[in-house]
Design a protein around this ligand. Structure first.
Ligand SMILES: [Zn+2]
Length: 406
């Protein structure tokens, strides 16, 4: 599944109709969560049929204006969050289990259409919404070419409202596969605040300088926002500015980590990383750390994506003891956070602290791999993850189509 994103250009009146569609999608989702709490919805099929109950109800005339398959898509979203909660309970995940919550009204929101309710123009430069909200025809802005794919490959169209406008995401049923020559190299990556990562050979990638700059900018805008009065026009403007700044930051960061991840995958035959828990990452309130963590999280997603594209295994290992153990002899060498060099009293091995950790990560990945050889992994739910994030703009040379080899 690949995702192409384009900006929608229309009139203010059209945007207001998209707002209504978005609000209705949220209403369907929240109503199903409510029905589940009340015991009226017990499984996925109940959730689907509850869409009909909602659209037949004269108290909610707006529901029937949303395309019927779009209603179902939002029923699926509701059920997915209920199912996630059940799964966490079954697996006895420590801490909060993620009890389904009602979605609040906020700027960043979306409505999802499946294969009906929209139409692409012949030249594929315009998108028309044909359900009863009558949002009409929008011009599409983006560098991607939809001509390359068949119409029937477009499985979903998602309209996303962001601080700087409305976007359409096209979810295309296509598996990207690229050829890669063997490099004979394997690597492990250790994350840190001092460096973005350190690999097995001791090579270190600096944190991009723009992360610092962006941090300063966001802090400034946050201070400005806190000085405005609640409900005022100035506050609205300040929220919008902050929202746009966040968008800019995340786009720039995504672009950088995407290219870096592709480079790492292309130059290795196996990549080992730490299995850092997202929950722990998000908990932190320090801005510098949270920006760094977000970059890391995105980097990992891209590594896994390109790993599939190029056929390079990306193995996540338990981060415990990777920094204490000696990568040469395996003995435990306790050190404080400020000790930058690993010195082993048992075998006299010396290395940079992060490099030692990176080697440990690679070693435990290989061990993990040898344990699982012969065991096929089966995805229990068998479902496609539709939460894939949009692919960022690749460099021109990467986009150019390759000639088939003779
Ligand atoms: Zn040692």
């Amino acid at each position: 599944m690949i995702v192409y994103e384009m900006k929608l250009q229309g009139t203010q009146a059209q945007y207001r109709r998209l707002d209504e569609a978005i609000r209705t999608g949220r209403f369907v989702r929240n109503s199903i969560i409510r029905a589940w709490m009340d015991g009226d919805v017990k499984n996925r099929n109940d959730a689907y049929s509850y869409c009909k109950v909602l659209s037949d109800n004269p108290e909610f005339p707006w529901v029937s204006r949303l395309n019927s398959m779009a209603r179902q898509a939002h029923a699926e979203r509701a059920w997915a969050s209920i199912e996630r909660f059940y799964r966490n309970c079954r697996q006895k995940v420590p801490g909060k289990k993620g009890f389904p919550r009602f979605k609040k009204s906020q700027i960043r929101a979306s409505v999802e259409y499946k294969t009906t309710g929209w139409k692409l123009s012949e030249d594929r430069r315009y998108l028309t919404f044909s359900d009863k909200f009558q949002a009409g025809k929008f011009k599409l802005w983006g560098s991607r070419d939809l001509h390359f794919y068949q119409l029937k490959q477009i499985k979903r169209v998602r309209v996303i409202r962001r601080h700087d406008g409305y976007y359409a995401q096209f979810l295309i049923d296509h598996t990207r596969e690229e050829n890669k020559e063997l490099t004979g190299k394997q690597t492990g990556l250790d994350v840190g605040l001092n460096f973005f990562y350190t690999d097995c050979s001791g090579e270190q990638i600096d944190n991009p300088r723009f992360l610092r700059k962006d941090e300063a900018k966001i802090k400034k805008l946050q201070r400005r926002l806190s000085r405005t009065q609640k409900g005022s026009q100035n506050r609205k403007k300040a929220i919008n500015r902050l929202g746009r700044a966040h968008l800019k930051v995340s786009r720039r960061r995504n672009d950088w980590v995407c290219k870096l991840a592709q480079h790492v995958i292309q130059s290795n035959d196996l990549v080992a990383i730490e299995n850092l828990r997202i929950k722990n990452l998000v908990k932190n309130h320090k801005l510098a750390k949270s920006i760094n963590d977000a970059a890391w999280y995105k980097f990992r997603e891209w590594l896994e994506y390109f790993g599939r594209v190029y056929g390079v295994p990306v193995i996540a290992v338990d981060p415990a003891y990777t920094s204490t153990d000696c990568s040469n002899c395996g003995e435990k060498v306790v050190k404080t956070l400020s000790t930058r060099t690993h010195r082993c009293p048992h075998c006299c091995y010396r290395a940079d602290r992060d490099k030692n950790a990176a080697i440990n990560i690679l070693k435990s990945a290989l061990k993990q791999l040898s344990n699982t050889v012969g065991q096929t992994e089966i995805n229990a739910s068998g479902e496609i993850d539709l939460c894939l994030k949009g692919e960022t703009q690749l460099s021109k040379s990467a986009r150019r189509k390759r000639k088939p080899k003779q």
